[in-house]
Design a protein around this ligand. Structure first.
Ligand SMILES: [Zn+2]
Length: 150
């Protein structure tokens, strides 16, 4: 009698080095100094943060840097209820797309300091940074975002 194999468990370990590229490297160096700095398209004037180095609409380089406020608006979110290996935050927690004031695209970060079932699209939030000695070239320098009125 045979059974269908629906999964296997294997030991695996991957070592890799992520190379962020010029635009993201500049963004992360600004993060290490406590600043959110995006790039503006010279043609359509959209501000991208994190920047990719070019405008996907116009196809031109985005060299002009724009320092952004550390407040923004939740444009989408999900409540994470399912634990996974390597998880750094206890469930349930909220991962949201946040559009910083002055930016034209959003990025992902955690929303905390509010019960997850009170979070909504359109909520105003602000960055909460880790202690200065923990800042580095990573968006993990920001602990999370919280409601501006929290
Ligand atoms: Zn453009």
């Amino acid at each position: 009698m045979s059974e269908d194999v629906t999964g296997i468990v294997v030991p695996i370990h991957l070592d890799y080095t992520y190379t962020p590229g010029v635009a993201a490297s500049r963004f992360l160096r600004h993060i290490a100094e406590g600043n959110y700095v995006g790039q503006r398209c010279p043609k359509c004037k959209k501000v991208y943060v994190p920047p990719r180095g070019s405008c996907p609409t116009c196809g031109v380089p985005t060299d002009e840097e724009v320092e952004l406020k550390q407040t923004g608006t939740i444009t989408a979110f999900c409540i994470v209820n399912i634990p996974f290996a390597g998880q750094a935050v206890e469930c349930p927690y909220v991962s949201a797309t946040i559009q910083l004031d002055g930016a034209d695209i959003g990025f992902y970060h955690l929303i905390q300091e509010i019960p997850y079932d009170q979070i909504h699209i359109g909520m105003r939030v602000e960055a909460v940074w880790k202690p200065r000695e923990e800042w580095g070239t990573t968006t993990e320098s920001i602990a999370h975002f919280k409601p501006t009125d929290a």
